[in-house]
Design a protein around this ligand. Structure first.
Ligand code: C2E
Ligand code: CA
Ligand code: CA
Ligand code: CA
Length: 276
């Protein structure tokens, strides 16, 4: 048993070395990706269930490697975050998102854009300044931008979080709490933060209708949002039944595969929806 234990340890430490090596390699590739402009944004439509119109999009980053493979954010955001490279990448996302909005605008399309912020970006005390500069340079109206943050970013130093939220809000952009319901927000807690929107996490949407617990939670989040005068959006809508449940409960803005996958900008043109 002892020998086996040793062996196990040997393999384990080899695994750790491999993991560290992979990480370093990924970090170097990420630096190169920034230099060589290998990132692109995909856009997932947000649909208004009452009008069936596209009210906006969520920007979702992709990494297009020189070998033409498309790497999803789950594969590189964590390393970008832990190395701090996310701050540069995240700034590019804001630039590109605003340029996208400006192009949409020039085609007569007034839509909004949800942009995900990472922890490091949110903690950066230059963030509001950066956003302000980008808005000015691209001519995008601030009210067209919605920054998505998660509940966990509001934990810890809540004074600093509130300060950052106020800095952003003073620019005229709106703020949304992403993956809402998966964190620890209580009503009283939420009231302290100047946010505009709650985005119901996909995990609560995926088993409605059917799972009574989830139906209750979704209905409660929608009611809470109404009570607090917050907008509410549902993500991860994959079926007509889910869309109907949300509409019946007065959550009118939704996104999900049922309507559209996230798409490259040139693929957005021919989208149309019919919702019953
Ligand atoms: P998220 O912000 O919760 O984004 C929603 C994710 O759900 C996206 O995955 C989207 O493609 C996926 N999705 C959309 N509709 C459906 C659906 O109906 N069913 C299912 N199963 N999934 C759906 P994606 O694009 O792989 O992004 C994953 C996460 O990576 C995002 O989660 C976000 O946390 C992060 N991320 C993406 N882009 C950025 C970015 O520009 N900056 C930062 N900091 N994080 C980003
Ligand atoms: Ca999001
Ligand atoms: Ca989300
Ligand atoms: Ca998520």
């Amino acid at each position: 048993a002892k020998a086996r234990g040793k062996n196990t340890f040997h393999f384990f430490s080899q695994d750790l070395k491999d993991a560290a090596k992979d990480r370093l390699e990924l970090e170097n590739q990420l630096r190169e990706a920034i230099r060589e402009h290998q990132f692109m944004l995909y856009y997932q439509p947000k649909i208004n269930l009452e009008t069936q119109a596209i009210v906006g999009y969520e920007a979702l980053i992709r990494w297009l490697r020189p070998d033409n493979s498309l790497i999803p954010p789950s594969r590189f955001i964590p390393v970008a975050e832990s190395t701090g490279l996310i701050v540069k990448i995240g700034e590019w996302v804001i630039w590109e998102g605003c340029r996208f909005l400006a192009r949409q605008r020039s085609r007569g399309l007034d839509v909004d854009l949800s942009i995900n912020l990472s922890v490091r970006q949110f903690k950066d005390n230059k963030l509001a300044e950066t956003v302000e500069r980008i808005l000015q340079r691209t001519g995008v109206e601030p009210r067209r931008i919605i920054f998505e943050i998660t509940e966990s970013m509001l934990m810890g130093d809540t004074d600093a979080a509130i300060h950052q939220l106020n800095q952003l809000k003073s620019l005229g952009v709106s703020l949304s709490i992403d993956d809402f319901g998966t964190g620890y927000s209580s009503l009283s807690y939420l009231k302290r933060f100047p946010v505009d929107e709650l985005k119901i996490d996909r995990s609560f949407v995926q088993d409605i209708p059917g799972e009574q617990n989830d139906m209750d939670i979704v209905a409660a989040i929608i009611a809470m949002a109404q009570q607090m005068n917050l907008r509410v959006v549902a993500e991860g809508v994959e079926t007509a039944e889910q869309a109907k449940f949300l509409k019946d409960h007065a959550c009118f803005v939704v996104q999900g595969y049922y309507f559209s996958m996230p798409l490259a900008e040139q693929e957005l043109g021919q989208l149309s929806f019919t919702v019953n």
